[in-house]
Design a protein. Structure first.
Length: 488
């Protein structure tokens, strides 16, 4: 065996805290990508609806929150493109790198280009790049563990710690820059963050060994014209929808929700009918359907951090800290604090419990129920008048968000890699993100129904419906576990 051949094997054998060393590199690149993503996203709604004199674009508030929800949905919708590029053209490892480059270019466009034109170019690039990076970083991490490895939930929980470190730091920095210097400086900081992530990824690339280098289902040359034709058709359809005004800024979140839901049905159908998917793998894909629905419901509430709760923070919360008025977007950093504190505890808990831990469907049900309860807690704050809700009280409510997220989200990432058919590894992760896309775009749809005057009904009804969904998943859990066939 040559020296080049031996190096990946040594990388595969090395561990950090009992986990493959490649986790460290993926932890870092995801941290910086999330720094840039959430740093930008937490000021995006304000940029869209603040007046021109405040440095914003002066859009209607509901239009702005709808755009933010729709954009988040497009980010996760584009995961299918990233998954396809990985499975058919580049492999997971290279797709992560190129995706990060495109994300950085998108943030640069937001920082330098003015008006809605800059928003359009920047958000399109960030959505495409994030789709490539997001699905493949998680899938690449999954390849570091064998099927049934009891460390996998703990590994993904540590990976989730990196996500939330970035989500915590990003809004703090972009919020201060936006308040003191303007929105475009905040967007510029996001670009620098992604650049740092790319540098770190390249320097420590060797720690991934040979993982993710192979293209599992290469695209034959004779299919390239079909792919080009499909892309042309998609572009033409988008242009026609835009010029005929069927899709407008005010209803774009509805459109994205419908498109992703339809695409999800198609994707499940492709996997369940593909000759490259074995009978056992098809059974596992069917077990993923109820988890997919539960995940979409969870994220339709959680992602309101950037739509409804962004407005709530700006209009209802008192951000006075020792005589200094903190930026409203710092609500985006409150919940990650809890995730950072609790992630190591959850990682230790899942690793030590091993096969004695609750089954994955049960974890999903607990996460959905917890999210519904967390939303209903906002009803208790209705007694505060005007802009007087203490940021500290919301901070403690967001602890319930964090516990629910840790119970469901890293577990969802982990189980998706375990249930994925071999020929659709990265694309299965893209399908997981479709459920997040539906929930995220639904956060924009639901934001149309929120006003401070109706907040009791809004938080109460959405929370109660979510709790009911979680209870249904709880009772379906034994049947889903049987379909998972050997995956805990």
């Amino acid at each position: 065996m040559t020296e080049v051949d031996q190096r990946p094997d040594r990388a595969s054998d090395r561990t950090v805290f009992g986990h493959p060393i490649g986790l460290v590199n993926l932890f870092g690149v995801e941290l910086w990508e999330r720094f840039s993503f959430y740093g930008m996203l937490t000021i995006l709604a304000y940029y869209l609806y603040y007046s021109l004199t405040q440095g914003g674009l002066g859009l209607e508030k509901t239009t702005a929150t709808g755009i933010v929800g729709a954009y988040g949905g497009v980010v996760y919708l584009s995961c299918v493109l990233g998954g396809w590029l990985s499975d058919r053209v580049l492999g997971m490892e290279r797709t992560v790198f190129y995706g990060g480059v495109v994300v950085m270019l998108g943030h640069i466009a937001l920082a330098l280009l003015p008006g809605l034109g800059g928003v359009g170019v920047g958000l399109t690039l960030i959505a495409l790049g994030s789709g490539a990076l997001k699905a493949n970083a998680s899938s690449l991490l999954g390849t570091l563990y064998d099927k049934g490895d009891p460390r996998v939930d703990g590994g993904f929980t540590l990976f989730y710690l990196g996500i939330n470190l970035g989500a915590f730091i990003g809004p703090l920095i972009t919020g201060v820059l936006q308040s003191d210097l303007g929105f475009h400086y905040g967007f510029g900081a996001a670009a620098i963050g992604m650049a740092l992530g790319l540098i770190q990824y390249v320097v420590f690339r060797r720690n991934l060994g040979t993982h993710g280098r192979i293209v599992p289902n290469p695209l034959p040359r004779n299919q390239i014209p079909k792919v080009v034709g499909f892309v042309v058709v998609v572009v033409v359809v988008i242009v026609l929808v835009a010029v005929t005004h069927l899709a407008k800024l005010s209803n774009i979140s509805w459109w994205i929700t419908g498109v992703v839901a339809a695409a999800s049905v198609v994707y499940f159908s492709v996997m369940l009918t593909s000759s490259k998917v074995t009978t056992l793998e098809k059974t596992r894909v069917r077990s993923f359907i109820p988890l997919f629905i539960a995940n979409a419901v969870f994220w339709s509430l959680f992602q309101q951090m950037f739509t409804v709760l962004a407005v709530y923070s700006d209009e209802r919360m008192n951000w006075s800290l020792f005589g200094w008025h903190a930026p409203s977007n710092w609500i985006g950093s409150e919940e990650p604090v809890w995730v950072i504190l609790l992630s190591p505890l959850f990682a230790i808990m899942w690793t030590r419990l091993g096969t004695r831990a609750p089954t994955t469907p049960r974890k999903f049900s607990y996460g959905v129920i917890g999210m519904g309860i967390a939303f209903m807690l906002f009803v208790l704050l209705h007694g505060f008048e005007g802009k007087s809700v203490p940021a500290l009280l919301v901070f403690f409510i967001l602890a319930a968000f964090a516990v629910s997220e840790l119970t469901l989200s890293p577990i969802g990432l982990a189980v998706t890699t375990q249930l994925a058919p071999e020929a659709f590894r990265a694309q299965m992760m893209a399908l997981y993100f479709f459920s997040v896309a539906i929930g995220t775009s639904m956060s924009g749809v639901l934001s149309d129904y929120y006003t401070p005057r109706d907040e009791v009904a809004y938080f109460g009804i959405t929370g109660l419906v979510t709790i009911v969904v979680g209870i249904v998943v709880y009772f379906l859990a034994p049947r889903v576990s049987r379909l998972m066939e050997g995956v805990h």
